[in-house]
Write a protein that binds this ligand. Structure first.
Ligand code: MGD
Ligand code: MGD
Ligand code: MO
Length: 777
């Protein structure tokens, strides 16, 4: 049973008194974005560190921006400034000169830290020393690195491999990820959950069986060449700002953009490019030609309707819409799809989408007219119960018009964390394929387990049930990131040893295991030069399969930080002792050794060391894009027929989506403002349509408790301000992670098991100070 008062207090300084609402903005970026980014940078890191880090971001041989996974150009015409406001904020957070020392931990007992907000914890600064806390103790205390590794070795050797869990957050570099999965598999477990489980897992799950690869099939250049781009369930103005440049370029080349989103997101309306003088000072460029303000969860219905309309046009005028040649030579299942979409129930379609038939028909006209279409999507699509089906509907539409393996066309799941895609490529996955494991075994002389491991959801169940003795977190903050906050925290507390490899304090350190270690590590912008052969670099893979170098240059804030590959090697040595077939030390000393191993295990990384040193790195093979090849077993891409599903909340309830503000990086807060949505000084808000507000019997700015329902169980989160906002009818929005407590542990996407963060049924009750949080059980 969580302490209700504690949970309230922990969010209280990000609350109401300072809340100001001015309504959604009509454009993104511009001069204000540049001002804000410099301000934040200088406040955290000082002028010279800010300028130095900014000049290196996303340049060849520089540091890959830790913000998002949006790619940089690889054609040589990279701009002097290849970053955005939020990238600068991400770097400033890391380059900060605020430090969290052993004295800091001595000043703040756990009982006090438990009351602190995530914002406060993160803003405290960079952790300088390895720290430990044991059962019954009130403070983390310093521990030597040797003792810390010995402690891990003892705990791991003292239990079953299957009772150990190795979590990864997507900032982890390729080389680090490769070593980490090797450690887990040498030990004998595939318990390798990662943030991707909560993010784009649905995309991989839908794409792999239909087009034979779990990744996107477009390059940056394709976006500029597209005739039509759909941006579905995505807020690029905040989460992938440099994408706006590509969308604007597409329109300048005569292409069109259609936004599909329940909220009127500023970045999808107008864009003032901060990387050009005209963009800084001018009135801004229009981004969307059509804005479909869809109901949350209504996308599958929209895509089915578009399929129906395309096929209808094709029947009226054969050869005008469907790419017959492609469908015949490269796909299967067209007849079944054609038959299933022959009719459509318009009443259901309008109810599911909240869109008018006229809007959908207009959209179908644009789609039919386009000879090169790209679908971009992100979490609005992936975090629904029927996400996998919705993405398969996108694939159907792309296949109909042959939008694979030609310029300006394809599927573009826009990834989140800067290296979440690379981590998968390099082996972080709870469901590894046999051929990967066989190559791993051969390369290292180990016997990797074949049984699948826990994902982020099943790991949470296992931890809460007391089935986990050791939990290692390579970056990340699962206490705040996962669904069902109370259950996740309970799980961490039940675990024998939690090991947090981190740069900054976060909630997961505070709701720790019986024994807990915090192991501070170098960030991406830090210099990593304590090696016999001198400074080392790492590599990352962006959202478009480009692998490139990243190398930090800043002086670390402490002499006691270890680089992640070194840290993992020492952890492995402590666990396996001498005589282990893997030469961990050689890898830690020289990262080329890791890359040489990886190049023999991971297809497409041959000559890794040579090619990664090319100016802009290299592109991994992508069969659908490279030569219209689909590795689905029989070489054909698959049309699929899925039952229509959309969200039907019970009487008196609305659908809640949980999303990011403009001032956060996942569970890290840069500030308390959401500038483009016109919300400032507070995060505990519910954006709700004025008419829904009135219907529910509330008024703008009322203070309410939010109650979610799932399979007869209720969860409660207290003290939110209702804010009248032009969102789609019947759909409300709140910020992540404040609303995670409302997401039931079993509310997940079918097949991918991704939490249904954007599909929560809620109602509101006037706030009562004595209300209780429901037990998560
Ligand atoms: N600055 C910054 N950048 C980031 C991050 C960050 O926190 N801060 N996080 C990174 C990570 S890990 C990720 S995964 C990405 C996330 O990038 P996004 O997917 O853009 O993230 P969200 O804020 O969750 O935004 C979801 C968007 O989907 C819309 N939406 C919600 N439900 C639906 C629906 O049912 N249908 C449709 N069509 N739209 C819907 C919402 O209105 C919102 O615009 O960003 C990455 N980049
Ligand atoms: N309700 C709701 N919940 C969500 C989502 C949502 O849309 N709605 N989105 C989900 C998604 S898409 C994701 S990706 C997850 C994010 O889940 P995570 O990846 O687990 O969370 P982050 O907030 O990105 O992790 C932040 C922590 O990483 C550590 N860190 C930062 N830089 C480094 C580094 O260089 N090295 C190391 N070792 N540590 C570092 C810091 O200590 C920081 O506190 O959240 C998910 N949760
Ligand atoms: Mo993500």
């Amino acid at each position: 049973m969580p302490d209700v008062r504690g949970r309230e207090a922990r969010f209280s300084d990000i609350d109401e008194e300072s809340l100001e609402v001015s309504g959604p903005k009509a454009h993104a970026a511009g001069l204000k974005a540049v001002q804000v980014s410099f301000d934040r940078g200088v406040r955290q890191a000082g002028v010279s560190r800010t300028l130095r880090s900014m000049s290196l971001v996303n340049q060849s041989g520089g540091v890959d921006c830790p913000g998002c996974a949006w790619p940089e150009s690889t054609t040589g015409d990279r701009k002097r400034v290849e970053f955005c406001e939020n990238g600068v904020k991400a770097l400033a957070e890391e380059a900060t000169q605020r430090i969290v020392t052993p004295e800091w931990w001595a000043r703040h007992p756990i009982s006090e830290l438990e009351q602190k907000t995530e914002y406060w914890l993160g803003q405290s600064g960079r952790i300088t020393h390895p720290m430990v806390i044991r059962a019954g103790e009130e403070h983390y205390r310093p521990i030597s690195w040797t003792e810390a590794f010995d402690l891990i070795g003892e705990h791991v050797r003292g239990t079953d491999p299957d009772r150990c869990v190795f979590y990864t957050s997507g900032r982890t570099a390729n080389e680090t990820a490769f070593m980490y999965q090797l450690l887990a598999r040498s030990l004998g477990t595939n318990n390798l959950p990662d943030c991707s489980n909560m993010c784009h897992e649905s995309s991989g799950t839908a794409l792999t069986p239909t087009i034979g690869i779990g990744k996107g099939t477009v390059s940056l250049e394709d976006l500029e060449q597209a005739e039509l781009i759909f941006v579905v369930g995505q807020n690029p103005g905040t989460n992938h700002p440099r994408m706006l440049g590509s969308l604007a370029a597409c329109r300048r080349n005569g292409g069109k953009v259609i936004a599909v989103n329940p909220l009127p997101e500023a970045g999808l309306l107008k864009f003032k490019d901060p990387q050009t003088p005209r963009g800084l000072l001018g009135g801004g460029e229009q981004i969307s030609d059509e804005y479909l303000q869809i109901k949350v969860g209504g996308d599958q219905a929209l895509f089915q309707a578009l399929g129906h309309l395309l096929l209808q046009k094709e029947r009226q005028n054969p050869g005008s819409v469907v790419d017959r040649e492609f469908v015949k030579s490269s796909t299967k299942g067209f007849e079944e799809y054609d038959a299933a979409r022959a009719t459509i129930d318009w009443q259901v379609t309008e109810e599911a989408t909240g869109l008018s038939r006229a809007e959908i028909e207009r959209t179908a006209e644009m789609l039919a007219a386009s000879k090169a279409t790209i679908f971009c999507w992100a979490l609005g699509i992936t975090q629904q119960p029927h996400s996998v089906d919705t993405i398969k509907e996108i694939v159907n539409l792309l296949l109909l018009q042959g939008n694979f393996g030609k310029p300006g066309a394809g599927a573009c799941p826009v990834r989140g964390h800067s290296n979440v895609q690379g981590d998968r490529t390099f082996g972080i996955w709870e469901k590894p394929k046999e051929d990967f494991l066989a190559r791993l075994d051969a390369e290292f002389g180990i016997q990797a387990p074949r049984e699948h491991g826990y994902d982020s959801t099943t790991a949470m169940y296992a931890m809460a049930e007391g089935k986990v003795d050791v939990f290692v977190s390579l970056g990340g903050n699962l206490a705040m990131a996962n669904s069902d906050t109370a259950l996740m925290e309970q799980g961490l507390k039940r675990t024998g040893l939690t090991v947090h490899i981190s740069t900054k304090p976060n909630r997961s350190h505070v709701v720790h295991g019986k024994t807990s270690l915090i192991l501070p590590t170098l960030g991406r912008s830090d210099k990593d030069d304590k090696h016999p052969g001198g400074a080392q670099f790492l590599s990352v893979e962006n959202s478009m399969s480009v692998v490139s170098r990243t190398q930090g240059r800043l002086e670390p804030v402490s002499d006691h930080l270890l680089a992640e590959p070194v840290l993992i090697a020492r952890m492995a040595q402590a666990i396996f002792g001498s005589g282990h077939p893997v030469d961990w030390r050689a890898m830690a000393e020289d990262y080329d050794v890791i890359r040489d191993h990886a190049s023999r295990v991971i297809p497409g990384t041959e000559n890794f060391n040579q090619r990664v040193r090319d100016k802009y790195g290299f592109v991994l093979p992508n069969p659908p894009r490279d030569h219209r090849a689909f590795a689905t077993g029989d070489g054909r891409a698959a049309f699929t027929v899925r039952q229509l599903e959309y969200l039907k909340p019970p009487e008196g309830h609305l659908v809640l989506q949980t999303m990011r503000s403009h001032d956060q990086y996942n569970t890290t807060f840069y500030g308390l403002d959401d500038r483009y949505r016109g919300i400032s000084g507070g995060r505990r808000v519910i954006l709700i349509h004025q008419e829904d507000l009135t219907l529910a019997g509330f008024a703008d700015r009322d203070l309410v408790d939010v109650v979610s329902v799932f399979r007869g169980q209720e969860r409660r989160a207290e003290r939110f301000r209702l804010v009248a906002y032009p969102t789609a009818r019947g759909c409300v929005a709140a910020y992540y992670p404040e609303a995670n407590a409302l997401v039931h542990r079993d509310l997940v996407a079918r097949e991918s098991n991704t939490p249904g963060f954007k599909a929560v049924f809620v109602r509101f009750e006037p706030h009562q100070s004595s209300a209780r949080t429901d037990s998560p059980a």
